[in-house]
Design a protein around this ligand. Sequence first.
Ligand code: NDP
Ligand code: GDR
Length: 335
Amino acid sequence: MSKKVALITGITGQDGSYLAELLLKKDYIVTGIVRKTSNMAYANISHIQEELNLIQADLLDPISIREALQKSKPDEVYNLASQSHPAESFRQPIHTAEITAIGAHRVLDATLDVVPKSRFYQASSSEMFGWVREIPQNEETPFNPANPYAASKLYAHAMTKIYRESYNMFASNGILFNHESPRRHLGFVTQKVTYAAACAKLGVKSSEHLNEEGEPIVKNGKVALGNLQAKRDWGFAGDYVEAMWLILQQDKPDDFVIGTGETHTIQELCEESYGYVGLNWKDHVVVDDRFIRPTETGPLVANPSKAKKVLGWTPKTTFKDLVHLMVDAQIARLK
Ligand code: NDP
Ligand code: GDR
């Protein structure tokens, strides 16, 4: 039998890199779309780059997307590319919509046109639940987006469903709750906090890496955060890409909520991170209004029972294990 071909948009991101590893292990030919950057350094995939086919394309450019599909002729398309920072989407709402909403639509439409038999996965998000209408959230929970990123994801989610119903496309949405790893950008709160805890452990008072405001993440031995009472359902990205693959192996296309079913505050994340290195978070964390969003999402907590029943998927990594592995990775990097 010939090998299956997958096309991943967003292959240089956190999820793209874990998914590429998984698909290579499953003996797929893995093609990824990469944006033209000035130095062409793709840190998350450098360890597997020689095994991948990389094609330059951009979700803002429909011609490049079509060419990538024509060149690779994928059996499965995973649309992971996005402006993925909800906080940033308040500052750049139109840019976010161009990539995260219309960009996803461009990939979906080109897939139908160029490879209509291909299976399509859309990276939908728990952010779509927004100002939540029920707790926990499952596939039937009404969406109520609370920021421009979430609204853009909801558009892409709806279009995926519309193409599935209207054109008989195998198009599925994975509604994934927050999933993290040492490959995450430092602008997300789990990386920011575990990095800061690692700095505190090693006595770094002013960090090399910068925060969302362009200042050292750790300044005078402290990290500045926003809303400490926000609640998130955090899992490990390595576990979640397995769910993406399973979603495209089903007999029929469908939408699935993927999460742990547990929720924690940002304060609990701080307690666990600093506690793990023997420190008290209260000595190292300050609240800074600049990191508080105009509106907050949540409380987010998944009801992943459909994924368990239909996909046979459950998360393997606990919240504690996740925090510990991220702190360990940051300590190793800093050393
Ligand atoms: P990342 O931010 O790590 O990766 C985003 C990827 O999209 C990068 O490879 C980036 O490329 C690429 N990208 C951005 N803009 C464009 C563009 N115009 N054209 C082509 N590629 C582009 O995100 P994650 O890996 O964490 O998330 C993957 C997907 O899942 C995203 O769509 C995200 O919104 C969604 N999601 C993520 C969740 C999470 O908790 N991680 C939860 C739910 C949904 P470059 O390297 O060039 O910047
Ligand atoms: P989120 O992730 O917005 O959930 O989006 P992020 O880690 O940025 O925020 C999580 C929660 O932490 C609170 N918070 C802070 N966040 C950041 N970034 N920086 C801070 O200093 C800080 N202090 C408190 C936030 O207010 C928020 O409540 C992620 C992305 O991966 C999306 O692409 C994905 O769709 C969703 O998760 C599910």
